[in-house]
Design a protein around this ligand. Sequence first.
Ligand code: NAG
Ligand code: NAG
Ligand code: NAG
Length: 455
Amino acid sequence: MDGALPLQVVFLLLLGAQLGAGAKYEPTWESLDARPIPDWFDDVKFGIFIHWGVFSVPSFGSEWFWWYWQGAKLKPYVDFMTKNYPPGFRYENFGPQFTAEFYDPQQWANTLKASGAKYVVLTSKHHEGYTLWGSKFSWNWNSVDVGSKRDLVGELAEAIRNTTDLHFGLYHSLFEWFNPLFLFDKSNSFKTRTFPNSKSLPELYELVMQYKPEILWSDGDGDAPDTYWNSTGFLAWLYNESPVRDNVVTNDRWGYGSICKHGGYYTCSDRYNPGHLLPHKWENCMTIDKRSWGYRRNALISEMLTIEDLVQELVETVSCGGNLLLNIGPTHDGRIPVVFEERLRQMGKWLEVNGAAIYSTKPWRAQNDSLTSGVWYTCKPKEQAVFAVFLKWPANRNIVLGEPKASELTEVYLLGYDGQLEWIALGDKGMVVILPRLGPATPSWGWTLKISNVN
Ligand SMILES: *[C@@H]1O[C@H](CO)[C@@H](O)[C@H](O)[C@H]1NC(C)=O
Ligand SMILES: *[C@@H]1O[C@H](CO)[C@@H](O)[C@H](O)[C@H]1NC(C)=O
Ligand SMILES: *[C@@H]1O[C@H](CO)[C@@H](O)[C@H](O)[C@H]1NC(C)=O
């Protein structure tokens, strides 16, 4: 044997190593939850959510239109239908009207890019069950068969990937309000699994193989446990074998009770913004329209968040270790309503100047200031820089910061302004920074102090 391993042993060792690499994750939460979230996700901080579907046709009330009309039978929805549609009109009849004639994915990609966002998440299928791609598992209730006759998902994926550096992600609803197979399983207390086996799971595999999403944003557990959805089986495949296994990021909505507990990053609840640092990566998904994710024709301008609101939401979220996923709702004919476009472009303008305080930052030891409200911190440890974003410009141009402990080496800059700022140390009680007079061109929705060499 003279010290060399016999060939069979070498072969077995190689095989073992390969099997080990191929089946890194077991289909258990214990194993799946231990997968580190790919680094890119924490670096990018800001994404755009797009809620688009057949609900964009009635575009009344909310994307939950079908359920509110025929499930909960809420009066405003029932009245809206009685007044405006002939008797016997069914939700399915909205399908052919989802025409998307103005849908220009390249224009969408340009607008999304202009917002400074680094990822996008499109609703490939919401609770209504209609798929925005020609799914083999959604016969006659998908965008290629009914409506625009286009692959809405594929066209956006291509435009985003060809011309932007945004990561492409897909939302997918597990359950469907009125799917007879789901309702059948539900009537059996989810002891039968006809719906996941014939619909939701095949769809998920199809989506991943066809569009290779870098985010899979799961939603809508329908009060069924993850065992019903076989979420751990699917995720083990996603992380071990799928074409996106190395880079894909998922959320936490994989079955009743899994939210804020299992999966990838935590979303916890819609518009989640805890205001303090969390030990696990999280995302704040929220809307520009305070009352709906889908487009509503009956929205008022007073119901839209202002750019000041949005900047505040972004800096609070990022300071506390989260990402912001900001939602817009396009119209049935494929337009991004101009109010959403304006907010996105404003965000982009703000990030052009202040992006250094957002992208690729880490939470600092303090999230907000102890003396002045509306001051939020981030940092870049490698550059020994702390960023203080402040949302109100002090009338006397002196801003008191209770947290940073300055030394002789400390330097203070205002992003977008040339030259160092003067400051006065308050011992271990912080510092006072004297702000310059700004030109009229500076976006006035929040400003960033870059403080280097500070503790
Ligand atoms: C995207 O790039 C591919 C490959 O280069 C090309 O075939 C396709 O026409 C491009 N599509 C668009 C919408 O630019
Ligand atoms: C769950 O998914 C895995 C991976 O696709 C599969 O091997 C397994 O058979 C599935 N389990 C059930 C109960 O469907
Ligand atoms: C810091 O943020 C927390 C959470 O939003 C808030 O309760 C607290 O009042 C803030 N501190 C100041 C000084 O504003």
